[in-house]
Ligand binder design. Structure first.
Ligand code: BGP
Length: 479
């Protein structure tokens, strides 16, 4: 197969960047905001301990540094930051709404007006520059009240709270927001259920039973949000959001090949339900073999079938390799999906295996499977940046990473894939989701802050800033 000579991205292609409320906004107690699950995650190796240790008291916050509390103070500085995004020529900007700004405990009857007003102003600021807001309804956080009082998504009542929240957003922002996503990286629920759904596992529980039941509740909630969105904003598009990590077999041994397919299905399952509208047969076998009985109410299956998503949103950072037997296979480090090292790929400083071709592979896989528009809503390189004399940051490694991935996107479009947009992760440095660190930076814009929370929060343009500006200006021609 050949490669294309010149890159052609469709007219109106949505170039931009993506952040999440809890990793950027800070102001965790302002404007009537309640505490969220993200607000109790510390920086460092204990970050996810809470996910497996029910003895941790959920809201003792004294004496520990929690990076989401101030983050990069986007809450107060978004005007300055959006002006910089506009300077780069962003066509769209993806962010999430902090559920706790709208419903501080999650189960209130009426929303918090101050929170709603904040996002009104934020969206107005984007629209002032003709930047389309792309909104994730829940991105790795939820009200802590719903965890303490209901056990998170294990409780079916969460569906009603979420749908009330989603409808509130659709009603309020129907003239401003035309691209929505229901849950960020919904498949992460299968790996870190506290991050995905506020689930704290109890001793002796059947983990799969609890997690897949909670996932079922999210599926129904997501489908009902799709329904509401279509009713309230007929010209909007609403998608799912999946962590896209293609799995390769370590060898051509049939066991490895089959295992790779099975591992892929742990993630594809989510797209299958949200985009095709039903539980696939392979997951039913998995349920049977793992004593999982999903409790469904009459009507659930019809809801899933009737309200599938309009597009597939996904993140892409790396690929994965599985091996069933090889002793030569070295374990991969640094990602929650596990796997072994790919001898043909280099890794980021955090062990994520860099694989631009994997993006083309995934785009083709998703498009073949779902035949729906695709939207890459996260991609980027987490790296340590050095500020040199005169505020110079030469992040050529970041440019290289993004360039290589954009080339493969163009190839996929040539393959026939309907790709509607691309938002790089963290166009401005922000708190890392997996580690809570600041030094794992993704931005075109540097933020002066370190892992302990020290720094002026000053913004500095990196070399990649002007590079990405040119990419957008030339609609992907100039890389
Ligand atoms: C995705 C999340 C984001 C984001 C990104 C980078 O999984 O949706 O919230 O943070 O990964 O991950 P990290 O911040 O851990 O480097």
């Amino acid at each position: 197969m050949g490669t294309i000579k010149s890159r052609r991205f469709p007219e109106g292609f949505l170039w931009g960047g993506a952040i999440a409320a809890n990793q950027a906004e800070g102001a965790y107690r302002e404007g009537g905001k309640g505490l969220s699950t993200a607000d109790i995650l510390p920086v460092g190796p204990d970050r996810f301990k809470i996910a497996s240790d029910p003895s941790i008291v959920l809201d003792t916050l004294e004496g520990v540094y929690y990076p989401s509390h101030e983050a990069i103070d986007f809450y107060h500085r978004y005007r300055e930051d959006i002006a910089l995004f506009a300077e780069m020529g962003f066509k769209c900007f993806r962010t999430s709404i902090a559920w706790t700004r709208i419903f501080p405990n999650g189960d209130e009857e009426t929303p918090n007006e101050e929170g709603l007003k904040f996002y009104d102003d934020l969206f107005d600021e984007l629209l002032k520059y003709n930047i389309q807001p792309v909104v994730t309804i829940s991105h790795y956080e939820m009200p802590l009240g719903l965890v303490k009082n209901y056990g998170g998504w294990r409780d079916r009542r969460l569906i009603d709270f979420y749908v009330r929240y989603a409808k509130t957003l659709f009603e309020r922002y129907k003239d401003k927001v035309k691209y929505w996503m229901t849950f960020n990286e919904i498949n992460v629920m299968a790996h870190v259920p506290f991050i995905g759904g506020g689930i704290i596992l109890k001793e002796g529980e059947n983990r799969n039973q609890v997690v897949y039941q909670a996932i079922h509740h999210q599926f129904v909630a997501s489908a009902l949000a799709v329904k509401a969105c279509h009713e309230i904003i007929p010209d909007a598009k609403i998608g799912c959001m999946i962590a896209g990590i293609p799995t390769y077999p370590y060898s051509c041994h049939p066991n490895d090949v089959f295992e790779a397919m099975q591992r892929d299905r742990i993630s594809l399952f989510f797209g299958d339900v949200q985009a095709r509208g039903y539980y696939p047969s392979y997951i039913k076998r998995f349920f049977k073999e793992n004593n999982v009985n999903i409790e469904m109410l009459p009507g659930d299956e019809e809801i899933l079938r009737a309200h599938t998503v309009d597009y597939i949103g996904f993140s892409y950072y790396m690929s994965l390799v599985v091996s069933t037997a090889s002793e030569n296979a070295e374990k991969a480090s640094g990602n929650i999906f596990g796997g072994v090292k790919n001898p043909y790929l280099k890794s980021s400083d955090w062990g994520w295996q860099i694989d631009p071709k994997g993006l083309r592979y995934l785009l083709n896989q998703f498009y073949d499977r779902y035949q729906k528009p695709l939207f890459i809503v996260e991609n980027g390189l987490g790296a340590v940046d050095v500020v040199e004399e005169g505020d110079v940051i030469n992040d050529d490694y970041r440019i290289q990473y993004l360039r290589d991935h954009i080339i493969e996107m163009a190839e996929a479009i040539e393959d026939g894939v309907d790709l509607i947009g691309y938002t790089t992760w963290g166009p401005i440095d922000l708190v890392s989701a997996s580690t809570g660190e600041m030094k794992k930076r993704y931005g075109f814009i540097y933020v002066d802050k370190d892992n302990e929370g020290n720094g002026t929060l000053r913004r500095i343009k990196k070399k990649s800033f002007n590079w990405y500006k040119k990419v957008i200006e030339s609609n992907g021609e100039e890389l």
